[in-house]
Design a protein. Structure first.
Ligand SMILES: Cc1cc2nc3c(=O)[nH]c(=O)nc-3n(C[C@H](O)[C@H](O)[C@H](O)COP(=O)(O)O)c2cc1C
Length: 188
């Protein structure tokens, strides 16, 4: 794998004094903006907050209990919104696919800048829609936390340090990639 992909993970131990620059945020947003888009619809919209500003504070207020303990240490939050049209199954589904693609590119771009990103579905989407006047034809799906890792993990609260030390695992390729028939491992 490319080292940018290999080095990506979802940390919680951000440096709560670090900032991200305007150009870094712009590069991450551009990476999302240039993701493939079904039917060239371009359904994505972003709401961006930098730690300390009003948008960041309002997004923090939507986070669930599992995220509130670590995420506000990040330098920026980017709320990703996409198509909300349950009556149009294709637009609704592929709007979510577009968002996933954009999110992925943004995570890789963050790594290219020496930053890390951590996506969160654990937030109150209805509250976010209300706080940011998000129109009914858009749905907020993910808050992306972006920041720099703390230089010294010993400065982190123990619960964050311990959680970040959990092993990361994936199913082996033989269980997820099939060749001649479903369940038969692809044999390269
Ligand atoms: C759509 C989506 C939503 C997620 N929501 C949360 C979340 O609310 N809180 C959290 O701590 N991690 C969240 N994650 C991160 C996953 O827990 C993480 O990607 C998974 O544990 C694998 O770890 P890795 O990213 O380090 O490989 C989310 C990831 C995705 C793709």
């Amino acid at each position: 794998m490319h080292e940018l992909i290999e080095s990506r993970w979802s940390p919680r131990g951000y440096d709560d004094t670090a900032t991200v620059s305007a150009s870094e945020i712009t590069e991450i947003l551009d990476a999302g903006r240039w993701a493939p888009t079904w039917g060239r619809i371009q359904p994505l919209r972003f709401v961006v907050g930098l730690r300390g500003d009003d948008t960041f504070t309002r997004l923090t207020g939507t986070l669930n209990r599992g995220n509130i303990g670590w995420a506000p240490r990040a330098s920026a939050f980017i709320l990703l919104c996409t198509t909300n049209d349950p009556d149009d199954a294709k637009a609704h589904t592929y709007g979510a696919v577009d968002l996933g693609l954009a999110l992925s590119q943004m995570l890789v771009q963050a790594r290219a800048l020496g930053l890390h990103g951590h996506p969160m579905a654990g937030f109150d989407a209805a509250a976010a829609s209300e706080r940011f006047d998000i129109p009914h034809d858009k749905r907020p799906l993910v808050v992306l936390a972006v920041g720099r890792l703390a230089d010294d993990p010993d400065t982190l609260p123990p619960e964050i340090r311990e959680r970040d030390a959990w092993p990361r695992e994936r199913l082996p390729l033989s269980e997820v990639a099939f060749g001649t028939t479903w369940g038969e491992p692809f044999d390269s």
